[in-house]
Design a protein around this ligand. Structure first.
Ligand SMILES: Nc1c(C(=O)O)ncn1[C@@H]1O[C@H](COP(=O)(O)O)[C@@H](O)[C@H]1O
Length: 165
């Protein structure tokens, strides 16, 4: 029996990014969307990046989520070598609180887009939700699960504030 390839690749520049990027993984799991998570660095493992990005579409991936911190070249370099949509997550850096990560991911030259999310956990969660939204265009089951996820989120928000929690 052929097992289906995961549609989402989560790539990150370093093991140290996993704490942030795990939030994307957890969100995909909540939506029953499979993924592959890999450490790939444009700086430290350029050959690994080239092999991955050039082969990602043929491997069966549909969307790439790329997280990196500091001089975050990974999302843009990945996007330059694949036609797949790439969502970039700026990981919070120690020296500059992720401002460096954000600016180096968001300011792509016209022609090679990276959909850039917020710094840190919120960005990782939202990258997964955006990936799900892309997949949902061609998959009604994912679309239904995404609707349910949002309905659960709305239901979990109390309408009135409480004094003591
Ligand atoms: N920005 C990049 C890239 C890249 O863009 O290819 N490769 C590693 N890094 C980043 O360096 C930071 C520090 O990495 P270490 O914790 O390994 O020193 C990480 O946030 C990683 O994403």
């Amino acid at each position: 029996m052929m097992t289906e390839r995961p549609p989402v690749a989560i790539i990150m520049g370093s093991q140290s990014d996993w704490e942030t990027m795990k939030n994307a993984a957890d969100t995909l799991e909540a939506l029953e969307i499979t993924y592959d998570a890999r450490i790939i660095s444009a700086h430290r493992t350029p050959d690994r990046l080239m092999n991955f990005a050039k082969g990602a579409k043929d491997e069966g991936f549909k969307v790439i989520i790329a997280g990196a911190g500091g001089a975050a070249h990974l999302p843009g370099m990945a996007a330059s070598m694949t036609p797949l949509p790439v969502f970039g997550v700026p990981v919070q850096s120690r020296a500059l609180s992720g401002q460096d990560s954000l600016l180096s991911i968001v300011q792509m030259p016209a022609g090679i887009p990276v959909g850039t999310l917020a710094i840190g956990k919120a960005g990782a969660v939202n990258a997964a939700l955006l990936a799900a939204a892309v997949l949902a265009l061609g998959d009604e089951e994912i679309a239904d699960r995404l609707d349910e996820w949002r309905a659960r989120q709305s239901a979990a928000v109390a309408e009135y504030p409480m004094d003591d929690l």
